[in-house]
Each structure stands twice: as C-alpha cells, then as structure tokens.
Design a protein around this ligand. Structure first.
Ligand code: SAM
Length: 228
C-alpha cells in the first residue's frame, strides 16, 4: 500500500467508524473495558505533555500548533491555560467535534482556532508544534516526511508521541492483541524510537524530555525536542 492510500484510508476512517469509536474513547461516557483502558492511557499522555508545558511557566506566552488534534483533548486544556492554539486535523468530523467541545468548555470560538487540514499541508510558524498519537497511522518513510515538515513549522520545540517498536510490542501486534478487533481500526504502524530521534536530530533538534505511557492496550513514547 502506498502512503497516499494510507492517508485516504485514515481520512475516511476518522470521518466514519473511527470518528464514532474515538469520539467515545476521548469522551466521558460509558465504554467497554478495552476502550476505557485506552482512554486512561491517552489521558496520561495528554497530562504528561500539559505537565511539561506548565512546569516551564510560560504557557500563556506560547503559540502552539496541535497537528492531528482529534476532538481537542490537548488543545482545549492548553487554550484554557492561556496558550494560543492552532488545532487542525485531517478529519472534518473530528474538527467539528473539537469545535463543539471547545465552545462548551471555553464559551468562545476564538481559541483554539480549528481547521480541517492534513499536517503535511500546514504552514506558518509556531513556538511549539505538538503531534500526539498520529504517526501510528503511517509507515516509517511517511512518518519521516511528516516529522520533518512539523520541524519546519516549529520555532523552538516539537513534541511527538508514537507507539514504539520494540520486540515485545512487535510480537504483540503480530499475534493481534495490540489492537483489539481488525474492523475497529486502521492499520497500526509502530516506530523505532532511534529512527524518530534520528529524524528530529537531522532537522536540527535535540531531545530534552522523554516519557512513556503504558497501560494494557495503550503504549505511547513521548519525546520533546528543542531546536539547537
Ligand atoms: N492528537 C489527538 C489526541 O491525542 O487526542 C488525536 C489522536 S487520534 C488517535 C489520531 C488523529 O490524527 C485523528 O483525529 C486523525 O483524523 C488524525 N490524522 C491522521 N492522519 C492525519 C494527517 N495526515 N494530518 C492530520 N491529522 C491526521
């Protein structure tokens, strides 16, 4: 399958069955046990990133691009904390849901600014670019291009999360337990941490902070890199 096919499949998925599934996972209604586990894991990833940004003490001064923002799980709390947020996603359904949630939480439609846009076509310049749990939908060569493009938009910092390719995880994926049910997801790609770091470094960034979220069904390596 080529990368263009991957992108079309991902867009269609997140505008249809994927939207219904992930909207529920990224919500607070009733879900099954596996979805609850993924919800909790994802929330830990979001909380880790928010914790890092808050620790720095300058959140209210930052412009942040949240690429592949989903329903705004990260964008909305960051906007609440005062940062200027540009949130975008390839799926118009996810963006629409994000807008609704932002309106409910923040009571205005100005910040975050939401747009339907794939991250490859994003332009502009932001203090920090963040891309959480998006790379899982793309193979390594495509992910390299995407990371390089995101680096070009970041004045100072990039934060990425991805499912790490380790022997144990690769094996789990092979035996089908990593993602429960083939009809429920798009193809999942794991990425070697060393490959992601290499591409960040080749774009002039150095790793500052790392974290790893692991629950039963959710795994995510989080990397923060700053421009050297
Ligand atoms: N980053 C969000 C979060 O952590 O809450 C959402 C993560 S969700 C697993 C993946 C999201 O990436 C979906 O909303 C999907 O539509 C979006 N996505 C996938 N490929 C994309 C691309 N090429 N450009 C922009 N968004 C993309």
């Amino acid at each position: 399958m080529n990368a263009a096919d991957d992108k079309t499949i991902v867009r269609e998925y997140f505008n249809s069955t994927g939207f219904d599934r992930w909207k529920r996972i990224y919500g607070d209604g009733e879900v099954n046990k596996v979805q609850l586990d993924i919800r909790n894991g994802h929330q830990q990833t979001v909380d880790t990133v928010i914790g890092w940004l808050k620790d720095d003490g300058n959140l209210a001064e930052l412009s942040i691009c949240d690429a592949g923002c989903g329903v705004g799980s990260l964008s909305i709390p960051l906007a609440t904390a005062g940062a200027k947020i540009y949130a975008s996603d390839i799926s118009e359904k996810m963006v629409e849901e994000g807008k609704q949630r932002a309106l409910q939480t923040l009571g205005n439609a100005e910040n975050p600014t939401f747009a339907v846009q794939d991250l490859e076509s994003l332009s502009g310049s932001y203090h920090t670019v963040i891309c959480l749990d998006v790379l899982i939908h793309y193979p390594q060569e495509k992910a390299d291009e995407m990371i390089s493009h995101l680096c070009s938009l970041a004045q100072s910092r990039i934060i990425l999360s991805f499912a790490p390719k380790t022997c144990a995880l690769a094996l789990l994926k092979k035996i089908g337990s990593f993602f429960p049910g083939p009809s429920k997801t798009t193809r999942a790609y794991l990425h070697r941490e060393a490959d992601v770091i290499k591409i960040l470094e080749s774009n002039g960034f150095a790793i500052q902070r790392k974290a790893f979220t692991k629950t039963r069904f959710y795994f995510s390596r989080i990397l923060e890199a700053t421009r050297v």
